[in-house]
Design a protein around this ligand. Structure first.
Ligand SMILES: CC(=O)N[C@H]1[C@@H](OP(=O)(O)OP(=O)(O)OC[C@H]2O[C@@H](n3ccc(=O)[nH]c3=O)[C@H](O)[C@@H]2O)O[C@H](CO)[C@@H](O)[C@@H]1O
Ligand SMILES: C=C(OP(=O)(O)O)C(=O)O
Length: 421
């Protein structure tokens, strides 16, 4: 397994190009199943999760062609399998996003249940409840969701909690349903808006995306379209936390600051100086960060996907920060690793109390999930001495060439490949 070796202490200076958002690209890829015409996506990040999704779609008969510059064309005109097997679904929970499109276009789907993962249980009961409300017959058989429907029917659906992929699955399913679907308590994330924009370009009739009530009027068929994936707000936020922890002055290009209000507010509170244009963000830091407490919330609140990174910044801040994780029940796996680097963090249920120390010390630490990995990288950049982050396959799931981008702004980061590691 690859590792990252980081020698801390370098200030970060220079420019970084922000990639397309993983969490927008994944549903966008799955949306290609809804049409027999080609879909062209631009700004698709080159990530392991994208590779997994392309393999999954490929198994179903979807052809894909990449041009090497973030452009990807998908052709779902000859789908010949309606099954998502466990070996692919288990590595990536977003695979559940094939359920809605398959059922809606082909009237049938057999998708492996994703199972528990490091950050929490993550059930998909709301996806199932919504599809049942649209008339689907759904059974759980041998670890698979087995779904059938003649043609889905529009319904009024209120999910018990705000769910991002749940909203996406139901929104996609509703595009080809008969009649009107309303999704109440819908997720408002920018990635939902991005998906709705792609679907509308394909001929869907979706309104209200970005609010908590989305209306979808079903159509008979969807056609081909071309779409640019929105910039990754979590990648941009991660680089801003890195400069906050290591110090320096960086310019993020191809970013989407309008999707990052809560992240930018918190980083300013931590002492970063931040300037934004339409598609750029400049972040600089010349002092020790200030402790900054926060609670994770659904968009437009502070995202759970930034919790670990802002915790790493707090680990070396002046003062004590109280952090509350409200979305996932077990998203503090990075804490024990940060503590191995000298951080002072106490956890009580969903609350973490972080007492900043003047400096962390490099250590060998283990990544347990995607954003936990990013927090360890940030800690390593600010620490004294060498940090080795093991199991970075988690990082590779969701960050495009992270170590190259960090090296480009002056970090001392090397990937130790499996053979050499
Ligand atoms: C691919 C993708 O976009 N992943 C994001 C998506 O994950 P994902 O869509 O899986 O997360 P959800 O928004 O669905 O989860 C929110 C909460 O609802 C619970 N829940 C959800 C669905 C359901 O049927 N039943 C249920 O109980 C979950 O366990 C969790 O506690 O949103 C999360 C919350 O912003 C982010 O951390 C993930 O990065
Ligand atoms: C939790 C995340 O992703 P996923 O839902 O794909 O596990 C994430 O992007 O932080």
């Amino acid at each position: 397994m690859d590792k990252l070796q980081i020698t801390g202490g370098n200030r970060l200076n220079g420019e970084v190009n922000i990639s397309g958002a993983k969490n927008a690209a994944l549903p966008n890829l799955c949306a290609s199943l809804l049409s027999a015409d080609p879909i062209t996506l631009h700004n698709v990040p080159d990530l392991n999760d994208i590779g997994t999704t392309l393999r999954l779609l490929g198994r179903m008969g979807v052809k894909s062609a990449r041009d090497g510059d973030g452009q990807l064309t998908l052709d779902a005109s000859q789908v010949d399998s309606l099954e998502a097997p466990y070996e692919l679904v288990k590595t990536m929970r977003a695979s559940i996003l094939v359920l809605g499109p398959l059922l809606s276009r082909f009237g049938e789907a057999r998708v492996s249940l994703p199972g528990g993962c490091a950050i929490g249980q993550r059930p998909v009961d709301q996806h199932i409840k919504g599809l049942e409300a649209m008339g689907a017959d759904i059974r759980i058989e041998h670890g698979f969701v087995v779904a059938k429907a003649k043609r889905l029917k529009g319904a009024s659906i209120r999910t018990d909690m705000v769910t991002v992929t749940g909203t996406e699955n139901l929104m996609m399913a509703a595009t080809l349903a008969e009649g009107r679907t309303t999704l109440e308590n819908a997720a408002r994330e920018p990635e939902i808006v991005d998906l709705a924009e792609l679907l509308n370009k394909m001929g869907a009739r979706i309104q209200g995306q970005g609010g908590d009530r989305i209306t979808i009027d079903g159509v008979e068929r969807l056609h081909g379209a071309s779409h640019q994936v929105v910039a990754d707000r979590i990648e941009a936020g991660t680089f801003l936390c890195a400069v906050g922890a290591a110090g320096g002055d960086i310019m993020l290009r191809r970013a989407a600051p309008h999707t990052m209000g809560a992240i930018i507010d918190k980083l300013q509170e931590a002492g970063l100086s931040i300037e934004c244009g339409d598609d750029w963000i400049r972040g600089s830091m010349n002092k020790r960060p200030q402790a900054t407490g926060f609670r994770t919330r659904e968009y437009p609140g502070f995202p759970t996907d930034m919790q670990a990174q802002l915790m790493a910044l707090n680990a070396i801040a002046d003062g004590t920060a109280v952090i509350v994780e409200n979305i996932f029940e077990n998203r503090y796996m990075h804490v024990q690793e940060l503590v191995r680097m000298g951080a002072l963090i106490d956890i009580d249920g969903h609350t973490a109390v972080v007492t900043g120390v003047p400096q962390l010390s490099g250590a060998t630490v283990m990544a347990t999930d995607l954003r936990a990995s990013a927090s360890l990288v940030i800690a390593g950049l600010a620490a004294f001495g060498q940090t080795t982050v093991e199991r970075i396959y988690h990082l590779d799931r969701g960050y495009e060439r992270m170590e190259e981008k960090l090296r480009g702004i002056g970090a001392d980061v090397q990937r130790l490949r499996r053979e050499a590691a």
